[in-house]
Design a protein around this ligand. Structure first.
Ligand SMILES: Cc1ncc(COP(=O)(O)O)c(C=O)c1O
Length: 340
């Protein structure tokens, strides 16, 4: 049976061209700073977003968790959305790795409202944790891949500066954002102190994420990466996939967005779907009709060769990516039943 895998944009496999590029990569011991491919990838990422330096890590969880660790002291507080990946899906890392607490802000489809930040910064009083960091996610995964309005990001950046808070971006899908709002990487990057970007999601590299920031921050981050066991040796062979991805797979993200729009339409026409969250990028979240269970939907669709994931009570998520073609969407339209 032909399987169409909408579970995540992390399921992509490197293409022949990417593999050939990886095979030819020059490598060295990166803990000694000797891997020319990693050095090049870190330089490329930093330059793109106007940052001084970069650090290649094995995952987006690692880049986010290192950033939190460098920005905070144990007992400090991190402001984020209640559905943020850094809190919900990183194994309790904020508490476990950094001993920090979290202050949630609610908001529209995974995005925090800038107006709510100031009231959530703790006063300078011994009773309260010290607020040191604001972290946002753009696109917002739990919010169905929505992008922040760039004006809101500028406002949050200003609030952080005025209140001496660090501002971190979980930019696992930042290139999807920039495809939609057409803001340049440089202008966007200027708003943040630190940025995490994932190479192994929409960009299709097999492994890795980049953490970007100023030289001082990245020097500290490098020490934390080592302590987390994330210092790698001849990892240029996988980092090359990241270089290839940045050079070849950014512009095509618009195709994933077009495909996602079609998935939205298809799902919205089904009786088992009550509503589809507005779609801006490559993530489509369907809210199921009364009495329909997400686990049953996932199982029934799997039997038809369609893979998706349960996304909390009464929700399923479909994600489009490099390995899903327009023909796959045609197939989805012909396979998905009107009733379940
Ligand atoms: C918004 C967001 N941030 C961070 C991550 C973590 O990335 P990784 O799976 O590489 O740890 C993910 C992964 O899906 C994500 O969706």
């Amino acid at each position: 049976m032909h399987i169409i895998d909408f579970r995540s944009d992390t399921v992509t496999k490197p293409t022949k061209a990417m593999r050939e590029f990886m095979l030819a990569a020059e490598v060295g011991d990166d803990v000694f700073g000797d891997d020319p491919t990693i050095n090049e990838l870190e330089r490329m990422g930093a330059e793109m977003f106007g940052m001084e330096a970069g650090l290649y890590c094995s995952s987006g969880t690692m880049t986010n968790q290192i950033a939190i660790n460098v920005h905070t002291q144990p007992g400090d507080e991190v402001i984020c959305h209640e559905e943020a990946h850094i809190y919900r899906y990183e194994g309790g890392g904020i508490a476990k790795n950094s001993g920090a607490s979290v202050r949630f802000i609610r908001g529209n489809q995974g995005r925090i409202n800038p107006d709510e930040i100031v009231d959530n910064i703790n006063p300078n009083d011994q009773h309260y944790p010290v607020t040191t960091l604001v972290s946002i996610e753009d696109t917002a995964n739990r919010g169905g891949g929505m992008c922040y309005d760039f004006e809101d990001i500028k406002r949050i950046s200003k609030i952080c500066k005025e209140n001496r808070l660090a501002f971190h971006l979980d930019g696992a899908r930042v290139f999807n954002v920039l495809e939609v709002n057409k803001v340049s990487t440089l202008e966007y990057g200027r708003q943040f102190d630190t940025i995490s970007i994932c190479l192994s999601k929409g960009l299709g590299a097999p492994v890795g994420s980049l953490l970007l920031g100023n030289k001082e921050f990245i020097a500290k981050a490098r020490r934390v990466r080592k302590a987390f066991g994330g210092g790698m040796r001849q990892a240029g062979i996988i980092a090359a996939g990241g270089i290839f991805a940045l050079q070849n797979n950014v512009a095509r993200l618009s195709v994933d967005h077009e495909n996602a729009k079609r998935v939205e339409e298809i799902l919205a026409s089904k009786n088992w779907v009550k509503e589809v969250l507005p779609v801006q990028t490559n993530i489509v979240v369907a809210l199921l009709s009364e009495g329909i269970n997400e686990a049953d939907v996932v199982t029934q669709l799997r039997e038809k060769g369609i893979l998706c994931v349960g996304f909390g009570k009464g929700r399923v998520r479909f994600t489009t990516h490099l390995d899903i073609s327009a023909e796959d969407i045609d197939r989805l339209a012909s396979i998905l039943p009107t009733d379940l």
